[in-house]
Write a protein that binds this ligand. Sequence first.
Ligand code: UN1
Length: 517
Amino acid sequence: MKEVLTDFGVENALNVLGINEVNDGTSTGSNSFSNGEIIESYSPVDGQLIGKVKTTSKEDYEKVMQAATTAFKTWRTIPAPQRGEIVRQFGEKLREKKEALGILVSYEMGKSLQEGLGEVQEMIDICDFAVGLSRQLHGLTMHSERPGHRMYEQYHPLGVVGIISAFNFPVAVWAWNTALAWICGDVCVWKPSEKTPICGVACQNIAAEVFKANNLPEGISCLINGDYKVGEMMTKDTRVPLVSATGSTRMGKIVAQEVAARLGKSLLELGGNNAIIVTPDADIKMTVIGAVFGAVGTCGQRCTSTRRLIIHESVYDKVKEAVADAYKQLRIGNPLDENNHVGPLIDKDAVGMYQKALTQVVEEGGNIVVEGGVLIGEGYESGCYVKPAIAEAKPDYKIVQHETFAPVLYLLKYSGDVENAIEIQNNVAQGLSSAIMTNNLREAERFLSVQGSDCGIANVNIGTSGAEIGGAFGGEKETGGGRESGSDAWKIYMRRQTNTINYTTELPLAQGIKFDL
Ligand code: UN1
């Protein structure tokens, strides 16, 4: 278990990433300064202190905004393909530091090293995507109704983009936002989760190196740290035209209202309550892999984690047994040991929520299929390791309707047509990710049709988690409606302008209106 920790080692990773014992959590690039309180970051892996981060005071925040708004004036004039070149270099740096950053993600957040490296890979992928996009920020041209007129639309950068991100993807979600915002000509101010501040410092160090090497001004990439009060500085700040926030629905509702109160834009990626429908025609082996990775990957702390399996009664027992069997193979322990599938939860509060969910499902009448519990003993000293659990439940149980950020999977039974399963799947407040396991074309197409899944993501013969960056990522209802990363998600980072040019010597009015003087 200790090998990975002592070989490449967390120490080494921290050195490579420029992490000190005490770090400034406020930075505009090469300049770092912080006068706020100190946050200590403890690893859920072994309970050890990773490092300290000084948070952002109101005065520090003002300095950041000064630098960011000034930098924007330069950055916006650099042609988009040249901004793309900077993002390409940033992607290259991430390739160099992938191992170190993957280790830090795994150690500070607790996800398996595989998933930590996967997260850094998502950052690299979005950089590649953004580089190509930097030559494709297309607008349309239209035919004017007036002779001798030309009409077209163009996209201009917005300004300062505020990013609030969650602990569960401590680096990738920032990169989805920044890589796009940067090629669009925006500058970014990032507040990472208080639970993973060291990851924030590490990313900022990498970005700062690239901007410095290219003699670009301070303020294109900025970091701020602290609790919700620091986030509030951005949500209430009219100098921040767009706030992109990832996290709980509770937090998202506050951000949305504060930003809307000043008519700013928000991009929200909030809670999910994701289900896989397992039909009589499902491939059971594929279902098991998809469901188990979906439910226990990142210890059930992805917003795309599989929380509900909606299984047809004809295959219910078979699927239940196969999934329960697979759970017996799971190795829970130090996520830096590549033999383990499941690491710890983020902290003891999360352990408490997990325990509460298991108690509540039984109180509501559920039946435990795979027993949960908090692990104790050697290797589990942090107190954050839990056993992934499975419970049979009913769709309308309160706990089943609720997103618990933990590895608890609910089995729900349906009978009759796939429509019945779709109704159960849609009958929750959240609408992020969904999946159907079937070899039946009709069922698959019905699931994807207008009467099908109401989620932002709907997959066939794939689980609910592990989306690629090329698609637009996000969901409906309480998930917040935002779309990040691929497809045309870049458009939210820009303002659209419609231009009509008259190259005649007349001034005809639209709609044929006559106004003769
Ligand atoms: C999140 O949990 O906030 O689709 C993001 C996935 C990952 C991203 C999850 N690519 O599971």
